[in-house]
Design a protein around this ligand. Structure first.
Ligand code: ATP
Ligand code: MG
Length: 362
C-alpha cells in the first residue's frame, strides 16, 4: 500500500529552536526510514526575529496559504527580546498559528522519565504518567471587557469568559477519546463551579452530557485548587485531565515542573479535524541565555516529533522513539546529557545519542 506522504513544515524560529531542530528532524528521519514512513520536510525561515529584522514582520503576508497544504508544523521556539519585544514576536507568529489554524487542543504529556530527577519526593518513573488536555481558543482568554470610570475612585475593570457549546464540547470529546484509548480509561475534569457561578457549572454540565457517550471512561471532577494540590501529592491518580484555557494553562506548566527539566517537555497544538495543520513544539522557549552555545537539551524537540507521529497514527514508530528517549535518559551518561540534566554534554551529543538509540532499537 502506498501512503500519501506526511508533509511537515519545519519552522526552527529563534535561539535554541534553531539548535535543537536538526536533531528533531534527524530522529524523525531515522525512525521514518526504519518504518518506511513517507515524511516530507520543508524548512521556513519566517516566524523568527531574524526574519523580522529583514522584513519588518514576523511572517510574510501569505504565510497561511504557504502552510495550509502541510499536515503539520514542526516548530522550534520564538523570541529574542533584546531585538523584538516578546509580544510582537509571539503574537506575530506562534499565536497566529494557534488561532488561524484553529488548533483548539493543547496537549501535553506529564510523564516522569527514568534518569530525570523528580522534585516530588519518593516518585519513581511510572508513578506519573498522564496527559493534560487544555482548551486552546476561548474561555478565560477572551478580550471582551474593558475599563470604566477610569482614574476615579470607582475605577472598574471587567473581562469576560466566553464558553461556547461547540468550543467546550469539542475539547471534551477529544479528552474523552484520549482517555478511552488508554488502559486506565480515566478522565479528570478541572472545574471551579463553587466560585465561578455561570461558566464553570456550564462546563460541568457539558462534561456530564459528553460522558454519556463514553460509558467505559471513569470520570471525576475536582476544583482547580485541590486539583493542583493532588498534582503534587497524588500524581498517580491521574490518567487524562481536561481543563479550560486558564486552568489548562496552569496545569500544563505545573506538569513539566513536577516531572523534571523543561528541556525535555513536548507539546502539541492540535486541530483534530485535520482541516488545518497541527503544530508540535517543545514546551521551552528560545532560551536567549544559553542560545548559540550548543548547550540546549534537544529532547523536548525530539519528543514533540514523537507526539507528531503518534498523532498521525504511526504508533509503532512513535513507541520506538519514546523508548529511545527513555533509554538515553535512563543512562544519563555525563558526557552525553546536557547541563540542565547534570551532564556536560552538548545538544549534538544528546541529539545524536537519541538518533543512534532509535537506529539500534529499529
Ligand atoms: P517563553 O517566553 O517561551 O515562555 P521563557 O523565555 O520564559 O519561555 P525559556 O526560553 O523556556 O523561558 O527558558 C527558561 C529557562 O530554562 C532558561 O534559563 C533556559 O536557559 C532554560 N531552558 C529552556 N529550554 C532549555 C533547554 N532545551 N535546555 C536547557 N535549558 C533550557
Ligand atoms: Mg521567552
Amino acid at each position: 500500500m502506498t501512503r500519501a506522504p506526511l508533509k511537515i513544515a519545519v519552522v526552527p524560529g529563534d535561539g535554541i529552536g534553531v539548535e535543537v531542530m536538526p536533531y528533531g528532524v534527524q530522529c524523525l528521519k531515522t525512525v521514518a526510514s526504519i518504518f518506511d514512513i513517507p515524511l516530507q520536510f520543508e524548512s521556513f525561515d519566517f516566524a523568527s526575529c531574524d526574519y523580522y529584522q529583514k522584513h519588518g514582520a514576523m511572517m510574510p503576508d501569505d504565510w497561511k496559504k504557504t502552510l495550509l497544504p502541510f499536515d503539520a508544523i514542526y516548530f522550534g521556539a520564538v523570541g529574542m527580546p533584546d531585538i523584538v519585544p516578546d509580544d510582537v514576536s509571539l503574537w506575530g507568529s506562534l499565536l497566529k498559528f494557534r488561532r488561524e489554524f484553529d488548533q483548539y487542543i493543547n496537549l501535553r504529556p506529564c510523564r516522569l522519565m527514568p534518569g530525570v530527577r523528580c522534585p516530588l519526593a519518593g516518585r519513581k518513573p511510572g508513578d506519573i504518567d498522564f496527559w493534560i488536555v487544555r482548551e486552546n481558543t476561548e474561555g478565560e482568554y477572551s478580550s471582551i471587557g474593558g475599563k470604566i470610570f477610569e482614574g476615579t475612585d470607582r475605577e472598574t475593570v471587567i473581562q469576560e469568559t466566553v464558553m461556547t457549546r461547540v468550543g467546550v464540547d469539542r475539547v471534551l470529546r477529544y479528552a474523552f477519546e484520549l482517555a478511552q484509548s488508554r488502559p486506565r480509561k480515566r478522565l479528570t475534569s478541572a472545574t471551579k463551579s463553587n466560585g465561578i457561578s455561570i461558566t464553570m457549572p456550564y462546563w460541568d454540565t457539558r462534561v456530564v452530557e459528553m460522558a454519556k457517550n463514553y460509558p467505559d471512561v471513569a470520570l471525576d471532577k475536582y476544583h482547580i485548587d485541590i486539583l493542583t494540590a493532588h498534582f503534587v501529592q497524588k500524581p498517580n491518580m491521574f490518567d487524562v485531565i481536561v481543563g479550560s484555557n486558564l486552568f489548562g494553562d496552569i496545569l500544563s506548566d505545573l506538569g513539566p515542573a513536577c516531572t523534571g527539566t523543561i528541556g525535555i517537555a513536548p507539546s502539541g497544538n492540535i486541530n483534530p479535524d485535520g482541516k488545518f495543520p497541527s503544530l508540535f513544539e517543545p514546551v521551552h522557549g528560545s532560551a536567549p541565555d544559553i542560545a548559540g552555545k550548543g548547550l540546549a537539551n534537544p529532547v523536548g524537540m525530539i519528543w514533540a516529533g514523537q507526539m507528531m507521529l503518534e498523532h498521525f497514527g504511526y504508533k509503532d514508530a512513535a513507541a520506538v522513539m519514546l523508548k529511545a528517549i527513555e533509554n538515553v535518559l535512563a543512562r544519563s551518561e555525563p558526557d552525553v546529557v546536557t547541563r540542565d540534566m547534570g551532564g556536560n554534554g552538548t545538544t549534538k551529543s544528546f541529539g545524536e545519542a537519541v538518533a543512534g538509540e532509535i537506529a539500534s532499537l529499529g
